[in-house]
Design a binder for this molecule. Sequence first.
Ligand code: DLL
Length: 444
Amino acid sequence: MTEPCRTAAPLHPASALDYIPVPLLRHLQLERLRTVVRRAYEKVELFRTRMQERGLRPDDIASLEDISRLPFTVKTDLRDTYPFGLFASPIEEVVRLHASSGTTGKPIVVAYTREDVEVWTNAMVRTLASCGIGAGDIVQNAYGYGLFTGGLGAHYGAEAIGATVIPISGGNTDRQIMVMKDFGVTAICCTPSYFVHLIERARELGVDLRGLALRTGVFGAEPWTDSMRRHIESHSRIRAYDIYGLSEITGPGVASECVCQNGLHVFEDHFYPEIIDPATGEPLPEGAEGELVLTTLSKRAMPILRYRTRDITAFIPEPCPCGRTLRRIRRISRRSDDMFIIPGVNVFPSQVEAALLAVEGTLPHYLIVLTREKGLDQMEVQVEVTPEVFSDKIGALEELQARLVRELENVLGIRAQVRLVEPQTIQRSEGKAKRLIDRRNLAD
Ligand code: DLL
């Protein structure tokens, strides 16, 4: 943390729970855990069978530590029970469905009762409040509306907090910029990569975001780095906050940064977090990096026990200067399944991003392309350079390329090829950015 964090705007009443004394929180969590385990056991065959296989009955969960006796749930469990197999409520009580497409095959479907939507809204109100948003803010919601949880999740939260919501959804970038300017937008919700695109398009249209009323960005749904945050903040003069969530657990609203911008507070009264060793499944000591596992404590339509998110993070043991008692997790910079292996070395796209942004003259638009030539894996990093560098002499480009190769080698320990490309060459996304193309199987 480079600067002391400011005090938050007047608190929304829903945020009171963010400051709950820890013993009370643990008590509440245990009560809710026992209820949700019972519900999962009684209503969902998969959970009942898994618990029975372990000789476990709901009453065996007598303390929070007992959570580690429960079986994990993984993404394929949601696929295998597609579409409604994990529902714990009859369809008459389900008021909403969302779905997440995933990379292959059928999507996973998630369900909400009216109470579930209320809990989700409460978590989103607390998310937005912790980013300093409240009544009087004009919120441009550029997360996609539809089966993706980002749009409606942020919408319900922003409306409930009393802000004015513009449900513009993703895409149509020129119109986004017009609305932002003409309506006096003060806060925007979208993916960080889309906001980078907005900055760039605004500049092309002769609009400097630094001169607008915009002051807050609520960014999530994909990994991003602190270097990316610095890029965003300096090009738009906003405070860029990181928010985290996933459809399986609720959508956005699982965890959020506060004004300190140093770790995300988990809304632990609704979502119980654990960090485990992804290889052994064992809980890790406080502060160690591992896979985040989440249990829904309040969900009715689709309770999920010990969901393995594949997202890699760590608890931050120290209390947060903002005064919230909710535990913090570090920014999620990677997923255990977005790692790729290049002869003997494990690489995460976020490491590539950090290396690229450490070198001046590049833009945060990049693509990693993996190929296999004569049985050997090749990694090429395509990165856009600023218009200034691009129009410079060839020598400058070559020097930049050499610097990038060195920086990547420093960070990754391997030599990658770097291809500098003109601004606007790499495809922009309206939602989650695609950073990796793996052509190794095709190229064999
Ligand atoms: O992305 C929900 C969401 C919407 C979160 C808007 C934040 C803002 P899914 O489409 O199910 O749900 O994708 C969930 O996205 O497991 C992470 O791998 C990744 N992810 C979400 N937020 C972050 C973040 C929504 N702040 C998956 N940093 C998760 C890094 C994130 N990764």
